[in-house]
Ligand binder design. Structure first.
Ligand SMILES: [Mn+2]
Length: 307
C-alpha cells in the first residue's frame, strides 16, 4: 500500500503505519461528475492539509481517538470514465477491507460512493445506507449519465432496499414522485426542523450494518461554504454532529465517506470543517465500541479494532 505524504492529522509516524492502524483514510479526488462548482478533485488534499491543525484530543469524548492508528493512503490514479472510476474505488476499498480496515473515503464528487458501497456490501452480505445531503440524488440519470453525482442514491437503492436520506432540500418532481410511490424514508430539512419525521423510528427500522455517506452540502453554507452544488438552510455544526453521534451510537457503521467539498483557496474554513468532521465521526465510531463494551480507548495502534 502506498501511503500519503500528508497523513490525516499528521501525528507521529507510529500512529500512521499501515499494519497497526485501525482506520484507513482513502483520498479519492474525482470530479468527473460535478455540474456546477468545480474543485472537488482538489478537496482530499485540502482536507488532509487542513487536518494537520485539528486537535488530537476530543474535549467531548475526553479521549484521543487518533491513538487507534489512522493510516492514509496515497490517492490512486483514477480513470476519467465513471465506470472505470467506480471500479477503481471498488477495488481499492475491497483491498483495504480484506485487511479489516475501517475505511474513510475523502471525495471527490458524490458519484464515487456507489463503488465504495458495493465493496462494503460484498464484505458484509447486506448493507444499509444513511445519506446526509441537501439533494436526494435519486435522478435516474443526469446530463445523460446514470452514474452522475445526482444519481448516486438511485444507484445505491438498486443495491439495497434500506436507505435513509436526511437533510434534503433540493430535488426535482420526479424524485419526489419516486419517494412517494415507494414510500422511501426521506427526511427533508423542512420536516426535520418541524419534527414531522421520526428519525429515531427510521433509525430503528434500518438493519445493520450501515454505510454513511455525507455530502458536505448537507451542512449550512455558514458551516461549509464551498461545495459543488450549495443550498441554503442546512444543518448547523451542532445539529449535524448530534445527528451523526446518534447514528454511530445506535447503528453499526462500517464505513463512511465525505464528498463534494469544492476546494477554494480563498476559503480555508470549509476544508478544515471537513477534516474536523471526519475526526469527530471516527471518535463517534470508537465511542460506540467503548459504550457497547467491545473495546477500550486505545493507547497505541494494535491492528484492526472494528472486525
Ligand atoms: Mn449528493
Amino acid at each position: 500500500m502506498r501511503l500519503n505524504a500528508n497523513p490525516f492529522l499528521a501525528p507521529e509516524p507510529e500512529f500512521t503505519a499501515y499494519e497497526s492502524a485501525a482506520v484507513a483514510v482513502l483520498p479519492f479526488p474525482y470530479e468527473g461528475g460535478v455540474s456546477y462548482g468545480h474543485g472537488t478533485g482538489a478537496a482530499p488534499r485540502a482536507i488532509l492539509e487542513a487536518s494537520a491543525y485539528v486537535e488530537f484530543y476530543d474535549e467531548v469524548l475526553k479521549a484521543e481517538p487518533y491513538r487507534m492508528g489512522i493510516t492514509t493512503l496515497a490517492a490512486p490514479a483514477i480513470p476519467k470514465s465513471p465506470e472505470g472510476m467506480i471500479k477503481t474505488l471498488y477495488e481499492k476499498s475491497s483491498a483495504l477491507l480484506r485487511d479489516d480496515k475501517f475505511i474513510v473515503v475523502l471525495g471527490g464528487d458524490h458519484s464515487i460512493s456507489s463503488g465504495f458501497f458495493r465493496a462494503l456490501l460484498e464484505k458484509y452480505g447486506r448493507l444499509s445506507c444513511i445519506q446526509l445531503d441537501a439533494h436526494s440524488d435519486l435522478r435516474e440519470e443526469y446530463e445523460g449519465s446514470p452514474l452522475s453525482h445526482a444519481s448516486v442514491m438511485a444507484r445505491i437503492r438498486e443495491m439495497t432496499p434500506h436507505a435513509l436520506q436526511l437533510g434534503i432540500r433540493a430535488q426535482c418532481i420526479e424524485e419526489a414522485q419516486a419517494i412517494a410511490a415507494h414510500n422511501w424514508p426521506v427526511c427533508t430539512m423542512h420536516d426535520y426542523r418541524k419534527r414531522r419525521f421520526d428519525v429515531d423510528a427510521a433509525l430503528a427500522a434500518l438493519p445493520d450494518p450501515v454505510f454513511v455517506t455525507v455530502d458536505l452540502d448537507a451542512f449550512d453554507l455558514s458551516v461549509i461554504h464551498s461545495t459543488g452544488t450549495p443550498e441554503p438552510g442546512g444543518f448547523t455544526w451542532d445539529e449535524g454532529l448530534e445527528l451523526l453521534e446518534k447514528i454511530f451510537m445506535r447503528k453499526n457503521v462500517v464505513g463512511f465517506d465525505l464528498v463534494e467539498l469544492s476546494y477554494d483557496e480563498a476559503d480555508r474554513n470549509s476544508a478544515f470543517c471537513a477534516a474536523r468532521l471526519a475526526y469527530k465521526m471516527l471518535g463517534f465510531k470508537l465511542a460506540a465500541g467503548v459504550a457497547r463494551g467491545l473495546l477500550t480507548w486505545p493507547e497505541k495502534p494494535a491492528g484492526p479494532l472494528f472486525k
